[in-house]
Ligand binder design. Sequence first.
Ligand code: SF4
Length: 340
Amino acid sequence: MINYLYREQNWKSQLNDLITDPHELLDLLSLSPDELLSGAILASQQFKLRVPRSFVEKMSQENPLDPLLLQVLPHHLELDEHDGFVTDPLGEEAATQLPGVLHKYESRFLLTLTGACAIHCRYCFRRHFPYQENLPKNKDWLEIKKYIESQPQINEVILSGGDPLTLSNQKLHTWLERIASLPQIKFLRIHSRVPIVIPERLDEELIHTLATSRLKIILVIHANHANEIDHTTQHYLKQLQQHQVTLLNQSVLLKGVNDTAKTLQDLSYRLFESGVMPYYLHVLDKVKGAQHFDLSQDHVTTLYNELLAQLPGYLVPKLVREIAGEKNKTPIVTQFNHIG
Ligand code: SF4
């Protein structure tokens, strides 16, 4: 049985007590391990299993097709080779300017301060990213500052993953102060899956840091299914909303997880009830190891048109794909039965 006391542990304890053993995960969900376990063990040698216990509590028992489980359980299909699925699908190594600085878009750039995540999502496009060579140290700040100042069109910094909210409050505070010291920067965007998987991370100290910053703060959470957002998650997200943090969500379309219009409608409504606006719906980035989550273009077209027909416009996320080297996400047109 799952131990519900984990809800009351603080976020650091939860981060230090992630499930990393496929056997334990299957056991907690009362799943007979035989057929799933051997593939999971092999695949987790390439990209380790990592999942918080509170996220496992949101999964259903005895259901190998649970949409949350499918996102985290390593699968033998990850080991297959498929044409077009590569280790760096978005060309991020070429876009790296300095350790931690990924400059792909005109007015904004990504700063990756850590390679650690609270959860390992099997579809992650950075699952092969060489974080160790790309993490900025404190002494690198002067170089980063010089780089920003040499590009006056930059007005936004995006903290991206690894997951920035796995860092300590002290470290986040230090980097926010550095960024806020540059008058040209107006916006700070944080992309994180932690508010979904360990919502207790949104503690008072972090909220104070965000609420008192000169910068306009945007938090983009990453939820793919309505079951990921429970009352605890909603409670913590609402605290942020009360402090004028803009809350957006982006999802990835994943076969078996959220590949029906009904599932995506439920997600949009759950997000809205939680004070979060649906922002992007990404088609899968073709990263090696995630090919079994891919959907056909026809499926995506039909699904999105259904979503457009059934949801009010403000709850329909933009359907996009990211193309290496492009200066923005590429919108996908579905109304003419054509995917761009
Ligand atoms: S939390 Fe984000 S960066 Fe980390 S594994 Fe999941 S998708 Fe990738």
